[in-house]
Design a protein around this ligand. Structure first.
Ligand SMILES: Nc1ncnc2c1ncn2[C@@H]1O[C@H](COP(=O)(O)OP(=O)(O)O)[C@@H](O)[C@H]1O
Ligand SMILES: [Mg+2]
Length: 353
């Protein structure tokens, strides 16, 4: 074994709606990197990207991680931007492996993965292609379709055309024909249920389109599935493994932002109470979904399971799933016999494959 410790650039925060969740995930990962065995192999270097996009040094980043400072002062944007890129080469020299603890646009969609790739240093998780395909629901579903993977009927919509009345007429007709009500309207490039609405009428559909178009010009309208929400963890690159299957339960109509992030509004059941045939189907589909979009390293694959028809629908692949100590992904692996500190070390070993 090498005596040289590897320096891990734990990048978190970011210009994203999921900024705060990312900080919580980073804290869990930072602590795991400082766990007994890991400390012998790794040195964790936290790197905080604030909401203006500025990359902070290790010291102030660590203070954010442990809430000593709630928010670092943000200087003039122009100065930040220049500083950002003068800071970067110095960071690149130091870091042996990048560990993105980022969610949503800029962090999970291939943007920062492209930058990591340019530095020539390995990084945790999927590359540019898998990250980009995993983030864009239209692109992801198009690929799933070409692999004949089972998914919920949907139509895609370009908001640049919503002032064209014949275009909108055809969208509404298609919705009536293949989607029906209630339906879901989603921005293609977001997460955490932000911008998503459930529409019960044509008027609500139009309102939902309006709301989603605030976030993205690529939207999807999807058929409502009455089913259980199941999730499976994937880990590995040359050899990809699946975890046990977990379930999310909640009392609200659907798993919206509030339900996701308010304590006590949802609970996770791990492993989910499922017959072996269904859980095996989910595990197999998780691997096929990741391979289809070229996602690797880590991913959480989400499903709907319609019990009365015994049908499983692939919903989405999350290429950088939440990593807080109550997040599904680490809990799925914990229940599969892989403790958090071992999971984090595995991710770094996989990054170097
Ligand atoms: N087709 C659908 N049928 C039933 N519920 C859905 C459907 N699509 C989304 N939902 C509900 O909305 C939530 C968020 O949708 P999802 O597509 O997973 O977006 P995000 O990427 O923001 O997590 C799901 O967890 C589920 O509760
Ligand atoms: Mg989801």
């Amino acid at each position: 074994m090498s005596t040289n410790k590897l320096i891990i650039g734990l990048v978190f925060g970011g210009k994203s709606r999921e900024h705060d969740v990312s900080i919580k995930s980073a804290k869990t990962i930072f602590n795991a990197l400082n766990h007994l065995e890991n400390k012998k192999r790794f040195i964790a270097r936290p790197i905080y990207i604030d909401k203006s996009g500025f990359w902070h040094d290790y010291e102030s980043s660590e203070s954010i991680l442990f809430k000593e400072k709630k928010n670092l002062p943000i200087a003039d944007k122009k100065v930040n931007l220049i500083k950002n890129f003068t800071n970067l080469p110095k960071l690149i020299e130091d870091i042996d492996i990048w560990f993105p603890s980022l969610h949503g646009p800029n962090g999970e969609d291939g943007v920062i993965q492209g930058l990591f790739k340019l530095t020539g240093k390995p990084f945790v998780g999927s590359g540019v292609l898998g990250s980009a395909l995993g983030m864009d629901k239209i692109a992801m579903k198009t690929v799933f379709k070409s692999y004949n993977l089972p998914q919920v009927p949907y139509i895609s919509l370009d908001t640049n055309n919503i002032n064209d009345s014949s275009y909108m007429k055809s969208i509404i007709e298609e919705t009536n024909k293949i989607i029906n009500y209630p339906c879901f309207i989603k921005p293609a490039n977001l997460g955490s249920s932000v911008g998503i609405t459930k529409a019960y009428t044509k008027d609500e559909l139009l309102k939902g389109i309006d709301q989603a178009s605030f976030y993205d010009d690529r939207l999807i309208i999807e058929k409502n599935i009455i089913g259980r929400e199941l999730e499976c963890g994937v880990l590995g690159k040359s050899i990809m493994k699946t975890s046990v299957v977990g379930e999310v339960k909640f009392d609200s109509d659907w798993y919206n932002y509030e339900t996701k992030y308010t304590e006590g509004l949802s609970k996770t059941i791990i492993p989910a109470d499922l017959n072996i045939k269904i859980s095996n189907e989910i595990k197999l589909l998780s691997l096929e979904a990741c391979k289809a979009i070229n996602a690797y390293g880590l991913a959480r694959v989400d499903f709907f399971y319609e019990e009365n028809t015994q049908k499983v629908y692939l919903n989405e692949v999350n290429t950088l799933p939440g990593f807080t100590n109550t997040s599904m992904y680490p809990m799925l692996w914990q229940s599969s016999g892989l403790k958090l500190e071992k999971l984090v070390a595995s991710l770094l070993d996989i990054a170097r494959e």
